[in-house]
Design a protein around this ligand. Structure first.
Ligand code: ZN
Length: 453
């Protein structure tokens, strides 16, 4: 038995019916408990700290301002009406555009489950429609061009240029790095077309990690990709998918690696694994990495260079979705948190009198996830403000929800979305959600686009 600390709704992992759920504190941890009348009881670890910590963390939560325009109406209830529906609480910080299902890797760990047998790809006219739906539905958010693997498309530079033309000034390329490692010319064309930064899958600093997560040695390729970005002066965000027992012991090494590439590497964005696809048995506590686990590992594995108090809930949506932090590199080569010092000013985070939360998240990404203007070697000798402008590292974390952990209130506040060729906007965690047999709540929009209605 545990102590009830909150209530929400969730989904049955088998039949995907909406069912009530309870947040329960038990033995210094927080669980989501739910029962499907047909398929039984579920108890899922969501926070490996006590109830007080979980509730305190929520003090940063604030509802956003809702969509500018809804493309769907409320009918069956969240999460079945995504489009966004008028009951969504936030606009969008980030919009993902899937450009292909093709991939040049076959990863065991893949959100998008690229499927080469489906070869539909949106053409320029459809892509323009996706950009326009985004602009009309949520405004000028950060765009992430994704896949599959978007760099398999030779027309990616034109797609980026089109996004700039429609009015998006922060466009990231979400990639495994294979092509930009091998073809610096292609990378240059992405940059010249207006790409703001490379959002690079980066699971660790040794090949055994890549063997597990991606099925092959990739560390040298990652390093080459970053080196090419350094030459071309385009910023990089390292994006590790954290898997218990595989790379969660490398967090400290990943931070050290990122530091060695400042100012080209602008941020490390950590994504604890979520369980999408076919899982006949529910993942256990030991399969879960929660936000407190990540912070504790960061402090421990950097021997206190990074500290618990450096990491704050992002002032947006449901604060249990993420943390953010902003560090400058001191002359002694240490990371120094500015998170507490200058919250709301230097970092772009909101304050109670600031802009709505999704706007502050957008500013955070737009300011910090690109290479500073006029950045060069001599910046290293500059004053405090030069260092803040260029010699910094953001460390952020966003665990995605899966069918076991999904909390409908969190989903309603979700500010990472996917735009489909059919011009619908769907929260990321709903879009990729599958039941325990691997069937998706929402079919891949690219497959959907060629399936007769
Ligand atoms: Zn059920």
């Amino acid at each position: 038995m545990g102590e009830l600390i909150g209530e929400t709704e969730s989904l049955c992992p088998v039949c995907l019916k909406i069912i009530p759920a309870r947040k329960v504190a038990d033995s210094g941890k927080v669980y989501l408990e739910k029962t499907c009348p047909e398929h039984g009881d579920y108890k899922v670890l969501i926070w490996r700290r006590d109830a007080r910590h979980y509730l305190d963390w929520a003090k940063g939560s604030e509802k956003g301002s809702g969509p500018l325009h809804s493309f769907t109406t409320v009918d069956k209830g969240c999460p079945y009406d995504c489009g966004l529906c008028p009951e969504h609480w936030t606009r969008a910080c980030t919009m993902i555009m899937e450009l292909t299902l093709r991939c040049n890797l076959g990863c065991p760990v893949c959100f998008a489950s690229a499927d080469a047998s489906r070869d539909y790809e949106p053409d320029m006219e459809v892509i323009r429609g996706m950009y326009e739906a985004t602009m009309g539905g949520v405004g000028a958010c950060t765009i992430q061009l994704s896949g599959g693997e978007p760099t398999v498309r030779d027309d990616l530079p034109q797609i980026i240029a089109l996004g700039r033309e429609v009015g998006f000034n922060h466009i990231l390329v979400n990639t495994n790095g294979l092509r930009i490692a091998r073809e610096p010319d292609y990378l240059r064309r992405l940059k010249d077309a207006g790409a703001s930064a490379i959002y690079l899958q980066f699971d660790g600093v040794t090949d055994d990690v890549y063997q597990y997560t991606r099925g092959r040695d990739l560390f040298d390729i990652k390093r080459q990709a970053i080196d090419n970005c350094d030459r071309e002066k385009i910023g990089v965000i390292l994006v590790p998918t954290l898997v218990p027992g595989v790379n969660d012991h490398q967090l400290g090494d990943i931070i050290q690696f990122a530091k060695s590439w400042i100012p080209t590497v602008k941020g490390v964005h950590l994504q604890p694994i979520s369980y999408l696809g076919r899982y006949p048995h529910p993942p256990g506590d030991e399969d879960r990495i929660t936000i407190p686990d990540v912070i504790e590992a960061l402090e421990c594995q950097t021997e206190g260079e990074l500290k618990w108090q450096d990491f704050l809930p992002r002032h947006a949506q449901d604060s249990h979705c993420s943390f953010s932090s902003f560090f400058i590199m001191t002359r002694e080569g240490k990371l120094q948190a500015l998170s507490n010092l200058a919250r709301g000013r230097v970092t772009g985070w909101g304050s109670s009198t600031g802009p709505p939360p999704e706007e502050s998240s957008r500013r955070f990404m737009s300011r910090h996830w690109r290479l500073g203007e006029g950045c060069c070697e001599s910046c290293n000798t500059g004053n405090f403000f030069d260092r803040v402008l260029n010699y910094y590292l953001t460390i952020t974390c966003m665990p995605f929800q899966d069918v076991w952990s999904v909390d409908i209130d969190r989903l309603r506040g979700c500010c990472g979305h996917v735009v489909t060729p059919g011009r619908r906007i769907i929260p990321f965690c709903a879009y990729y959600l599958t039941n325990s047999s691997g069937e998706r709540l929402y079919p891949s929009s690219l497959v959907d686009a060629i399936t007769p209605k």
